[in-house]
Design a protein around this ligand. Structure first.
Ligand code: PA5
Length: 470
């Protein structure tokens, strides 16, 4: 790997000292525990299945579509005051995470001339209060909606679409294609039918790219481009991480290594994974990651059909905020978790702490420092406290938060998840548990074809009044 390049200066690193016995003592992992994992088989699996993991090619095969996205985004930026994403799960968490990471932290509150693009709203719930609240703050005639659903059938998204198309038809008449963009599968599902009927600009989720692995395709790229984010740089960062994660030496691979650490820790009973970014810009990356890790690895059976009930519960924690709510548990509670610090070497701005109250040394010791120094010290102190109490942790370090490093990070987590799936010998790419819930919802609301599911629900044990407290 070359040194001294832009890529090298932006390289994400992993520090796992505090996972290992040499630092942590008996509660730490040994090298033998790591090498006892089926590393060779998992590396082989990743290589052999690369062709099936279509998301792995997204950093490389989207030149034409990126140009189209940029052109549409330019038009949207010029014409609209609001850009509203309608979607859920993998069709919403990526756009939220990337916007928070790469736009101004108060983007929607900036005056238009400073924002230089529409306000962004990502609506990923069907809470009626939330939908009404959105409609209170936007004017639909000045709003472009992007409905995103890979399957083209998710009830939540379809309900939002019905509400929005009704409003648009009332406001604009027959032709609503100026205000609505669809992102969906090229052939399957209902959204593509609606998109054709309404003559909508449509972007496609590439074949074989699952929802939670779709941020680096039009699902995430359009919203990012509308907000002025450099999507080519995002993809360049992901492409660089693709190179790094092709290293077959697990101990040099920035995605395989953390996956191996997590799986070894799971074998020790660490069934919780806390992701703790020390940056507000990265806090929704933790939500995006939670879906990726939970849905991919939370599986009842392995590839041979054996019941394994695998998975590790992801928890989002924000440094330093959650030092004052969760860290007590992490330092003194059970040894059932791994904490991953997501650190930033250089923040995008500096906030000096001015002189004041010099006669109160317990306050004035902060003067002359910066909040940058304070947050770094607090993170180092928390890492130390966890290490001292024998709790497992490691750090993923980003030189700074920019489009390149966020592209790297997203891709790193995706490969890490896929590799953990190989180590656990399970299918990281399906979500039968989610489908069960989706089908039960269809049955309860009378969707055609779900009568049998409705009968199954009707036959479920009835709730007993004796177990309800009034
Ligand atoms: O990862 C997944 O596939 C899911 O979480 C989906 O993203 C989520 O259920 C939304 O599905 P869709 O994009 O089909 O509406």
């Amino acid at each position: 790997m070359e040194t001294g390049t832009f890529e090298e200066s932006m390289r994400i690193t992993i520090d796992y000292n505090n996972m290992m016995q040499e630092t942590l003592g008996a509660r730490g992992l040994t090298k033998a525990e790591l090498t006892a994992l089926p590393l060779r088989e998992a590396v082989k699996g990743m290589k052999e299945k690369r062709g099936q993991m279509k998301w792995r090619e997204l950093p490389h095969n989207q030149d034409a579509i990126v140009g189209e996205i940029e052109a549409v985004a330019k038009d949207v930026r010029a014409r609209f005051e609001n850009f509203v994403v309608l979607g859920i799960g993998g069709s919403a968490l990526g756009p939220i995470a990337v916007q928070q990471a790469l736009s101004h932290l108060r983007y929607n509150d900036l005056p238009r001339e400073k924002r230089n693009g529409p306000r962004l709203f990502v609506e990923d719930n069907v809470d009626p209060e939330r939908m009404n609240a959105l409609l209170d703050v936007i004017d639909v005639e000045k709003t472009c909606f992007n409905v995103i659903t890979k399957s083209g059938s998710t009830s939540e998204t379809m309900s939002q679409l019905l509400i929005v198309t009704d409003l648009l038809h009332r406001a604009l008449g027959e032709d609503i294609s100026t205000h609505l963009i669809a992102t969906t599968d090229r052939e399957k599902g209902n959204l593509i039918k609606i998109a054709k009927r309404e003559n909508l600009q449509t972007f496609y989720v590439p074949d074989g790219v699952g929802g939670r692995f779709s941020e680096l395709c039009p699902v995430g790229l359009l919203a990012a481009a509308v907000c002025g984010i450099d999507i080519r740089m995002l993809l360049r960062g992901a492409a660089y991480m693709d190179r790094l994660t092709q290293n077959e030496n697990v101990f040099e691979n920035p995605a395989y290594l953390p996956a191996a650490l997590q799986v070894a820790a799971m074998k020790r009973g660490a069934n919780i994974h806390v992701l703790m970014p020390y940056a507000d810009s990265l806090k929704y990356i933790a939500d995006w990651y939670a879906q990726l890790w939970a849905e991919s690895l939370g599986k009842r059976t392995d590839n041979a059909g054996n019941e394994i009930y695998a998975g590790q519960t992801p928890v989002k924690s924000l440094g330093v905020t959650d030092q004052h709510s969760q860290v007590q548990l992490y330092t003194e509670g059970p040894f059932d978790k791994v904490v991953t610090f997501l650190s930033v070497d250089r923040y995008r701005s500096t906030m000096p702490i001015p002189n004041g109250y010099l006669d109160i040394p317990d306050v004035s010791f902060l003067s002359g420092h910066t909040q940058n120094e304070l947050i770094a010290a607090e993170e180092a102190a928390t890492e130390y406290a966890l290490m001292k109490s024998g709790h497992l942790s490691y750090a993923i370090r980003m030189p700074e938060v920019n489009a390149f490093t966020v592209g790297e990070l997203l891709y790193l987590f995706e490969v890490m998840t896929a590799f953990a799936g190989e180590l656990l010998f399970l299918n990281a790419f399906d979500q039968p548990g989610v489908e069960e819930g989706k089908n039960a919802t269809y049955a309860l609301l009378g969707k055609p074809g779900f009568a049998e599911k409705k009968a199954e629900l009707d036959a479920a044990p009835k709730k007993r009044a004796e177990y309800v407290v009034r």
